[in-house]
Design a protein around this ligand. Sequence first.
Ligand code: HAM
Length: 433
Amino acid sequence: MEKIQRPRGTKDILPSEFRYWNHLTNLLEHIAACQSFKRIETPLIEQTALFNRTVGETSDIVLKEMFFVSHKEGESEEKEGSLALRPEGTAGVVRAYLEEGLSQEPQPLRLYSLGPMFRHNRPQKGRYREFHQFGIETIGEGDASADALTVLVGWQIFNALKLKKEFIVVINSIGCNICRPRYLQKLKNYLKEYLELFDEETKNRVSLNPLGFLDSKEEKYHSIVEAAPQSLDYLCDECKAHFQILLEYLDELSILYDLSPHLVRGLDYYNRTVFEIRSKDDKTGKNALLGGGRYDGLIETLGGPATPAVGFALGMERVIEEIKESKIPIKKPPLGEVFIIQLGERAKKRAIALISQIAQNGISVNSALSKDSFRSQLRTADKSGARLSIILGARELLDHSVILKDMKSGGQETIESDKLIEELKARLKIKEE
Ligand code: HAM
């Protein structure tokens, strides 16, 4: 029979990996809580129009990377609108902000979310079709201090992770609707000179979205990008002042940053600040671990009142790769610390009751009850990493006792059943609440 495999560009997260996921998730949620971010989760499917309108009709994500969801019979696309798996989280959060009346809550509203995103791109290391993001959004704050506090959350995450590599914030300002058109014109004129060198796809891209060209990660265009006009030279006075004060705040917070005058990011909704966190040796940002920026026009684009906002998202898979590479010691969760070994049908019944009692007392218990032989159960206990085994035979049933075996030393002793939980807690050093 033909094997069914996971779809290309997806990953199984195996039990052995969850300690990394738990470590990262706990750290992210703790840091988010310390700056008063509250959790929000939005659906994995949304109307395609949401992403067309926000991420942008000419962005790579919308043009090439959407996963569409088919409608069931009886629900036509005309009636319900085309549906897609979300390629990113900001558009959904802003939709919910408007739809659920969150604008009535005290502003700025600080929200975070954590979950899977889907992009139909060419799978490679660090680039998946299903991946997970942790994202924060601060809605209702236009001051440069909000940009600085957003960068700070990212900076604190990487400080707390204690990874081996060095990481750096790269930052730029791409201006606003007032100053950007002048810059775009300059950029278009500049790129015109190189049109002959471009393949068809790049030509298309340049004519649709010249800013997007600067986001090109292709080595062959590197020198053209490097010599291109810089948005910083075309900022209006307000955008310039916003950026200057932001950099002063970053200095105040001792955040190390590199000005990256060609950083633009691949989503259309940004204005003014854009930034990423990358490893120092990732010059093009091909594997940025975190990216974000200000998006003051997005809420209006979705029919809401003019509301400034700023945020970022971090790629969980990419960060977990770094955690693994850094070989940071991460504690294994205390799973299956106690293993129950039973000998005979009656002992098995008692074993089931004991499993219930032990688990209820907050101790993680494991077993292989279909196995009859003592030796094979003991072997399984050993392989599974149990610290203690409880052995239940005919004599122990009669005596209301159990044998407690220390798997490391091999020593064992008989314990009265009534005293078992107390003894387990003492040996595993689980504190009573
Ligand atoms: P983004 O730069 O498209 O921004 O994605 C943020 C992060 O998600 C990237 O830096 C990367 O770590 C991770 N990522 C993106 N695509 C993939 C992929 N195919 N496989 C693995 N990881 C990936 C956004 O999504 C914006 N919504 C961020 C934002 C929030 N801006 C304002 N608020």
